[in-house]
Write a protein that binds this ligand. Sequence first.
Ligand code: GLN
Length: 208
Amino acid sequence: MRVGVLAVQGDVREHLHALSSLGVQVVGVRRLRELDDVDALVIPGGESTTMDKMVRAFDLQEQLRKRIAGGMPVYGSCAGMIMLADRIADARPDQETLGGLDITVRRNAFGRQVDSFEEDLDIPAIARMTTVPEGHPAAFKAVFIRAPWVEELGDDVEVLATVKTGAAAGRVVAVRSGNLLATSFHPEVTGDHRIHEYFTQMVRAALP
Ligand code: GLN
C-alpha cells in the first residue's frame, strides 16, 4: 500500500511524517505519474484557492477527479476538505474544487478574528477502530487554523464529529462518505495519529 500526499502547497511534510510513523509507504504527489503510482491520497491543509490554482497549473485536476470518481480513498484536512467538497459557500469567484464529497463547506467559517484554536472532540467512529497513543488523552485534540465547517451534507455523508462547546457548538467538522474522509482540523500536528490510522484502514479495505 502506497499513500500519496498532494504536494503542491500546504503542510505536506507533517502528513508524510504522520503516515510514515504508522509504517505506511508514502510519497509526495506533484506529477501525474506520481499520482498513478499511489493507492490513496491525503490532501493537506494550506490555502484552498492557491492549491486549486496549483493543481490546475500542474495538470493534475482532471486525473484527480477521475481517481476520486473511481473510488480512490482520499483524506482531506482543512483546505483539503474544501478541495473535496462539491460546493463552497463562499468560494473566490474563479475557485474550483476537485469535488466528490456531497457537502457544502464555508471557508474561514469560525470568523476571521479567530485565527486558530484548539478543541477536544469525540469521534466515536474513529475511537472504536483505533487505540489511544501513549501520553495522549482519549479525546481528539483538534487544531483549527482558519478552518472551514460543513454547512450542508448529502444523505450519503456520515457526520463523524461536531464541535461540542462555544458559539460554534453543533457545527460539523469531520465527515466520511464512502472512501472520502475529511476534517476541518489538523490532526497531523498533534502527535496523535489515530485519524491517519483510521484512513489507512479505509485504504486497506479498498485495496483489490
Ligand atoms: N482558510 C484556508 C482555505 O480557505 C484553509 C486553512 C487551512 O487549511 N488551515 O483554504
